[in-house]
Design a protein around this ligand. Sequence first.
Ligand code: IPE
Ligand code: IPE
Ligand code: MG
Length: 233
Amino acid sequence: MACVMDGNGRWAAQRSLPRTSGHRAAETTVIDVIEAARTAGVEWLSLYAFSTENWSRPSSEVDYLMRLVRGVVRKHAPLLHARGIRCRFLGVSDPRIPRALARDFADVMTLTGDNRGMTLTVAFDHGGRGDIVAAARSLIRAGVAAEAVNERSFAAHLPFPDTPDVDLVIRTSGEQRISNFMLWQVAYAEWVFPTVLWPDFRAPHFLQCLHTYRERDRRFGGVPPERNGDSRS
Ligand code: IPE
Ligand code: IPE
Ligand code: MG
């Protein structure tokens, strides 16, 4: 499952604070949600932290986010490791990413790489379309014949190809859009849009979203067996 962590700016604006305060307040939610997910038995959790489109924000905000994420990762990596969480960073290809941050991401991936608990993927400098284009390039470079390209072989060239399809995406703050998030993997995801802003989102909200998901009737284009009464087979 995945979270599009949205609403930090509005949370700050409601308090007449600078947008950066909203980002800082998001740290508590991130830790709360990771723990809630782990405790609930979620095996794969992805968090959308910075999109390729977010580079268009004022450079002061972008710089703040780079520093903040580095601080959060350095501070919490030992605890995540102790809890058996395997951390991954999806994205991080733009040369504007500070080298020290990219190094910390790589170090944390190495540190936690053999953990067998929940896999936490932080999508940072991520864009779903960019991943699809990169996969196409990778296929061509590998010399894969056109006839050999199918959904399975294509997906094998996406970053972290072992990541399963996303079943549930939670997007906080009431916004209802994909914003270029893991486009391939969310093809059949259920979406939940709580109106609460990300810095106010806590474990009970998270559990409520899981409950909503469990009540959903997933069909994958088929017909549920109990409604299949007209079939004469
Ligand atoms: C989400 O909060 C955090 C990032 C995109 C980095 P926003 O900063 O988008 O908050 P709003 O949407 O302006 O409230
Ligand atoms: C999506 O949120 C990206 C992240 C949560 C990191 P945005 O706030 O950037 O998305 P838009 O601009 O509302 O589509
Ligand atoms: Mg936003």
